[in-house]
Design a protein around this ligand. Structure first.
Ligand code: NAD
Length: 496
C-alpha cells in the first residue's frame, strides 16, 4: 500500500451541492472541520439552514418528477451507478486520505474498511437496478392484476461519522437503483468525503438534482430534512437519541418512511472448546478495529469460566502491544478518536467502570505520548470481571474499551448475550456447530457470526433487532426500503 504521508489531500469545493451546482448557503454560516490526529482545523464547510435544505429538496423533487432521471431506463441508471462505483474505486486512495484526515482512522482502515467497500456496494446495487420488477397476481374474478415496484421518491440520507463513505454508499446504492433522488446530510464532523462523492457523481454523469449534498449540523440541517413535507423517506444511521427525534419529525410532518440503523453492544461468546487463538484475534480487532467506533464493535466478550483467565490474559497482552499513532503512518494500527467530545465520553465510561468495581487490566487513559498530546488518542482499554448491570456492560461506548464477563453454561451465556437493549450483532465461538446453530436462533440480533466476526458482504443484510433499529442496509432487503408497490387492476371482457 502507498505511503499516505507522501500524498497531498484533495479537498472538495467547500460548497453545498444543489441541483448540480456548488452553492453558498443562503442563510447558514460555516462549521469547522478538525483533524482528530492533530486537533487542527482542516477547513470550514457550509452549515446549511432550513432554507438551504428546502432548495436541495426542491431540486431532488424536480429531478425525480420531471428531469432526465425520471425518464431514464433502469439499465441506464444502473450504468451510471456502476460508473460512480468505478470512479470511487479508482480514486480510493485519494478519498481515503481525506477520510483519514477528517475522521482520525488509519489510512489503511480508510482504504480497506471504508472507501473500497463503499465502491463495492455501489457496484453491487448498480447490478440490481434493472432487476427490480413486480409480479402478476392470480386473483379471483375476470381481472388482470399486477404489482408495480416504484421508487418512494425523494430520500433523505442522514449518515454518521464512523464510516462516512461506506455507510453513505450503503444508502446511496439502493436509493439510486430503486430510482429515488436523494439529499445527503453527512455528519457535521466528517462531511468531506460525502462532498467529494457528490462531485464524483457529477463527473460520472448524474443529472443535476439526483444527488444533492447539504452539510451542516444535526439541527437545523438534519432536522429540517426530517421535517420537510416533501421528503418521502429518511434512511438514517446514528444514535437512538436522534432516531427518536426522526420518528417525531416524521409523525409531525408527512409520516415519511424511516430506515434506522442504530447502536449496538455486540457480544462475542467464547465457549471453552473454541479455537482460542482465532477467537482472541477476532475479539481484539472486533473492539480495536476502527478505534472501537463501529456500531457492531464486539464491545462485550463473554468467556466461559474454565478458560476465562487464560483468554482475557491473552487479550490484555495484545492490547498492550497495539500501536496507536499517526493515522497516516503505515505502521500504525489504531488512529485518533473522532473528536475531543467523543474522547471525553469514552473517558467518562472508563471512570464509571472503575467506580462500579470492574478490574482495569489495560489502558484506561488518554494517550499523550509525543505528538499524540495534540490529538484525541486513547489507549486500548480492557476491563475484566465486568458485571452485567454495570454501565460498561450495558451502554454503547463507541471507543476502544472492551468489557469482559464470565459465564457458567449455555443458558447463562444466552441470558448475558441478550441482556442489553441492543440487538445488532453477536458471535459464537465453539467447535460444537450444532449447538451454535441452536443458539443462533435464540440470540436476538440482526447478525450472528459463528466462529468468525465482522464478516460483511453486499449480499448479506445488516441491521438490528430491538433498539438497534428498523429495516436493513445491504442486500436486496435494503432495496425494499426505497420502493413502494402498487397494485393495478384491469377488468377483462368475459366473452372472449
Ligand atoms: P448522531 O445520531 O448524533 O448523528 C448521526 C447523524 O444524524 C449526523 O449526520 C447528525 O448530524 C444527524 N443528526 C443529529 N441530530 C439530528 C436531528 N435532530 N435531526 C436529523 N438529523 C440529526 O450519531 P453519531 O454520533 O454521528 O453516530 C454514532 C452513533 O451511530 C452510534 O450510536 C452508533 O452505534 C450509530 N451507528 C450505527 C450504525 C449501524 O449501522 N447500525 C453504523 C454506524 C453508527
Amino acid at each position: 500500500m502507498i505511503d499516505a504521508r507522501s500524498l497531498t489531500p484533495r479537498l472538495p469545493a467547500l460548497r453545498l451541492l444543489i441541483d448540480g451546482q456548488g452553492v453558498e448557503p443562503l442563510e447558514g454560516g460555516t462549521l469547522p472541520v478538525v483533524n482528530p490526529a492533530t486537533g487542527e482545523k482542516v477547513c470550514d464547510v457550509p452549515s446549511a439552514a432550513a432554507v438551504d435544505v428546502d432548495r436541495a429538496v426542491k431540486s431532488a423533487r424536480r429531478a425525480f418528477e420531471s428531469g432526465p432521471w425520471s425518464r431514464m431506463s433502469a439499465r441506464e441508471r444502473g450504468k451510471l451507478i456502476r460508473k460512480l462505483a468505478d470512479l470511487l474505486w479508482e480514486r480510493r486512495e485519494e478519498f481515503a486520505l481525506v477520510e483519514s484526515l477528517n475522521n482520525g482512522k488509519t489510512f489503511r482502515d480508510a482504504v480497506r474498511g471504508d472507501v473500497a467497500p463503499g465502491a463495492g456496494t455501489l457496484a453491487y446495487f448498480a447490478d440490481w437496478a434493472d432487476k427490480i420488477h413486480g409480479e402478476v397476481l392470480p386473483v379471483n374474478g375476470p381481472f388482470h392484476t399486477y404489482v408495480l415496484k416504484e421508487p418512494v421518491g425523494v430520500a433523505g440520507l442522514i449518515v454518521p461519522w464512523n464510516y462516512p463513505t461506506c455507510i453513505l454508499c450503503w444508502k446511496l446504492g439502493p436509493a439510486l437503483a430503486a430510482g429515488c433522488t436523494v439529499v445527503v446530510k453527512p455528519s457535521e464532523m466528517t462531511p468531506l468525503t460525502a462532498m467529494k462523492l457528490g462531485e464524483l457523481a457529477l463527473e460520472a454523469g448524474f443529472p443535476p438534482g439526483v444527488i444533492n449534498v447539504v452539510t451542516g449540523y444535526g439541527d437545523p440541517a438534519g432536522e429540517s430534512l426530517a421535517r420537510h413535507p416533501d421528503v418521502d423517506k429518511i434512511s438514517f444511521t446514528g444514535s437512538g437519541r436522534t432516531a427518536r427525534r426522526l420518528m417525531q419529525a416524521s409523525a409531525s410532518s408527512n409520516l415519511k418512511k424511516l430506515t434506522l440503523e442504530l447502536g449496538g453492544k455486540s457480544p462475542q461468546v467464547i465457549f471453552s472448546d473454541a479455537d482460542l487463538e482465532r477467537a482472541v484475534e477476532a475479539c481484539f480487532w472486533g473492539i480495536f478495529g476502527n478505534k472501537g467506533e463501529t456500531c457492531n464493535a464486539g464491545s462485550r466478550v463473554l468467556v466461559q469460566d474454565g478458560i476465562y483467565d487464560d483468554f482475557v490474559g491473552r487479550l490484555v497482552v495484545r492490547a498492550r502491544q497495539l500501536r496507536v499513532g499517526d493515522p497516516l503512518d503505515p505502521s500504525t494500527e489504531m488512529g485518533a478518536q473522532v473528536s475531543q467530545k467523543q474522547l471525553d465520553t469514552i473517558l467518562g465510561y472508563v471512570e464509571s467502570g472503575r467506580q462500579q468495581g470492574a478490574h482495569l487490566l489495560a489502558g484506561g487513559e488518554r494517550d499523550t505520548e509525543n505528538l499524540k498530546a495534540k490529538g484525541f488518542f486513547m489507549r486500548p482499554t480492557v476491563f475484566g470481571e465486568v458485571k452485567p448491570d454495570m454501565k460498561i456492560a450495558q451502554e454503547e461506548i463507541f471507543g476502544p474499551v472492551l468489557s469482559c464477563l464470565r459465564f457458567k453454561d449455555d443458558a447463562h451465556a444466552l441470558e448475558l448475550a441478550n441482556g442489553t437493549l441492543y440487538g445488532l450483532a453477536a458471535s459464537l465461538w465453539t467447535h460444537d456447530v450444532a449447538k451454535a446453530h441452536a443458539l443462533a436462533r435464540k440470540v436476538k440480533s440482526g447478525v450472528v457470526w459463528i466462529n468468525c466476526f465482522n464478516e460483511f458482504d453486499d449480499a448479506a443484510p445488516f441491521g438490528g433487532y430491538k433498539e438497534s433499529g428498523w429495516g436493513r442496509d445491504l442486500s436486496h432487503h435494503a432495496l425494499e426500503g426505497y420502493l413502494q408497490c402498487k397494485a393495478v387492476w384491469t377488468r377483462l371482457p368475459t366473452d372472449v
